[in-house]
Design a protein around this ligand. Structure first.
Ligand code: FES
Length: 164
């Protein structure tokens, strides 16, 4: 009898542990969803906060940013990662260039190389200046820009993201 009870207790403990593990696994995408809830319900555009202006004070320095969008359509969730660089051209808060880090050639992610003072694409050795203009390599056009942006009352820089 007491052996039977202890087996039952063991089963309870096992079920509880597995249930907790599943809950934790479900919790991970939930956290991601909370971080990037921008495109819910099939929306195709949103304002995305990318950083505080106070943390991007140096003029001419590329400040990287990244964000993940989660699109929810019924039971289906699709997440996409995006990134870019903010470059202040002067002390004026709206005098910015915000470049998309996706290479306009075939979509690899470009990186800032301080030694070369250029954005460099690792895939086919393209390089771009701080305005996003092509310096070398095969890209057919300059880096894309997030042209619509705003600074909130709290000093947070937001970009307007539009799918497509
Ligand atoms: S993908 Fe960047 S140069 Fe080809």
């Amino acid at each position: 009898m007491s052996e039977s009870l202890s087996r039952r207790d063991f089963m309870k403990a096992t079920v509880f542990f597995v249930g907790g593990a599943v809950g934790a696994a479900v919790g991970i995408p939930t956290v991601g969803y909370l971080i990037a809830p921008a495109l819910k319900g099939g929306a195709k555009e949103a304002w995305i906060p990318i950083g505080k202006m106070a943390d991007m004070s140096e003029i001419g320095k590329p400040y990287p940013f990244s964000f993940t969008l989660v699109q929810v359509n019924g039971w289906e969730r699709t997440s996409t990662s995006h990134g870019g660089f903010v470059i202040r051209k002067s002390a004026a808060p709206d005098d910015l260039v915000i470049l998309d880090s996706r290479c306009p050639h075939l979509g690899c992610t470009v990186n800032w190389k301080d030694a070369e003072k250029a954005f460099v694409c690792p895939c086919h050795d393209a390089s771009f200046d701080t305005e996003g203009a092509v310096l070398a390599g095969p890209p057919p056009r300059p880096m894309d820009r997030f042209a619509d942006f705003r600074v909130t009352e709290d000093g947070v820089l937001e970009i307007f993201y539009k799918e497509g």
